[in-house]
Design a protein around this ligand. Structure first.
Ligand SMILES: Cc1cc2nc3c(=O)[nH]c(=O)nc-3n(C[C@H](O)[C@H](O)[C@H](O)COP(=O)(O)OP(=O)(O)OC[C@H]3O[C@@H](n4cnc5c(N)ncnc54)[C@H](O)[C@@H]3O)c2cc1C
Length: 321
């Protein structure tokens, strides 16, 4: 798709929202790393999103869905194609009849002390937690402090303290690359550790989640406890993409990295964090090349020390220079 074709959609009134060209993704990722994306769109409604997707589908232009960029390492050469941001999709609504649509969730059986939420993909996960706190809805307090959007959390099956998004999901609304919308029930979805079977070029529009009713003060108490624990053990204010590597079965990646003597190691402006070794921090103007170089060094050191091969949890996208 050429700039003109996209501008054409825009001019003919088929797209509502901003379109930017050659935007550096370092401005859209928590790591502050990444080359430019050819086209970046911020559709404001479903029709605009659909028109971009079907035009890209027809022209065979790759689509990349960008959440808040908190789990992304974008290569220095940037991304070919179109990045779609759903930040305009930010509704949260209470669902009154969740019992009818989610009979499989065990805590619902024979009880009325639950409720449902419809949440659009662009809502920050933190806003969902705040909404739950305000209303007294319980279920994912453990995820407090995880940055990013609700859509990103669903796609990644974000989790903490033995709780994951999959534990509360009832159904997910998806827009397929041809612009069609499908509602997929929880039993048709496979969620594993920091991963889902939602295809990469499919857009998560929203999801329905089921939560228990509780007293707001109890929910707030738990949220604050998890937040405190997270703040004490992780550098959540520094420019990072969260945990770089997945925890291997039965191990903590952070402890393995620490035991291999990697804390404080540096490549260019990227540093293995001294509080939590599975976080790599951008200390200034780090590049993706630095980041990958440090990942390679850490992988080799951990392999040598423990015989375990670490695998990336972060999503690496784009092309080299
Ligand atoms: C300080 C810090 C702490 C963190 N702590 C945790 C933690 O405790 N637990 C944890 O699980 N993660 C953690 N993370 C990682 C990250 O916050 C989560 O993975 C988060 O859910 C990613 O959401 P996002 O909107 O930023 O997604 P992005 O990083 O923008 O994207 C991640 C992936 O999701 C896809 N995606 C995003 N939105 C959509 C959509 N609407 N439709 C389809 N695909 C989509 C993207 O294409 C990409 O492949 C942490 C990150 C940081 C920086």
């Amino acid at each position: 798709m050429t700039d003109n074709e996209l501008k054409g959609i825009f001019e003919r009134g088929l797209f509502k929202g901003a379109i930017n060209f050659e935007q550096p993704l370092s401005a859209y990722t928590s790591l502050k790393i990444g080359g430019p994306v050819e086209i970046m769109v911020f559709p404001e409604d479903l029709t605009s999103l659909k028109n971009v997707l079907i035009t890209a589908y027809r022209e065979k232009i790759p689509i990349f869905v960008l959440g808040a960029g908190t789990n992304l390492l974008v290569r220095d050469g940037g991304v070919h194609g179109i990045a779609v941001s759903l930040k305009a999709f930010k509704n949260i609504e209470v669902i009154q009849n969740i019992k009818r649509v989610a009979p499989h969730l065990s805590y619902q059986k024979g009880s009325d002390d639950f409720t449902g939420l419809f949440v659009e993909a662009g809502v920050p996960l933190g806003s969902v937690i705040n909404f739950m706190k305000g209303k007294g809805y319980s279920g994912i307090e453990e995820l407090a402090g995880i940055p990013g959007t609700f859509g990103g959390a669903v796609y990644m099956n974000a989790g903490a303290f033995h709780k994951e998004m999959k534990d509360v999901i009832v159904s997910v609304a998806l827009m397929k690359p041809d612009g069609s919308i499908v509602i997929v029930g929880r039993d048709e979805l496979t969620f594993t550790y920091r991963s889902s079977n939602i295809p990469a070029h499919t857009v998560i529009l929203s999801a329905n989640i089921a939560l228990k009713r509780d007293i707001p003060e109890n929910v707030a108490l738990r949220v604050n406890e998890y937040l405190k624990e997270k703040r004490q053990s992780q550098p959540i204010g520094a420019p990072s993409a969260g945990c770089v590597f997945k925890n291997p079965e039965g191990h903590s990646a952070g402890r393995l990295i620490e035991a291999a003597g990697c804390k404080g190691m540096r490549a260019g402006d990227i540093e293995v964090n001294s509080l939590h070794a599975n976080y790599f921090i951008n200390k200034g103007s780090a590049t993706c090349k630095d980041f990958i170089h440090l990942m390679d060094i850490v992988i080799k050191r951990v392999e040598k020390h423990s015989g375990i091969t670490l695998e990336p949890e972060i999503k690496i996208v784009g092309r080299d220079d």
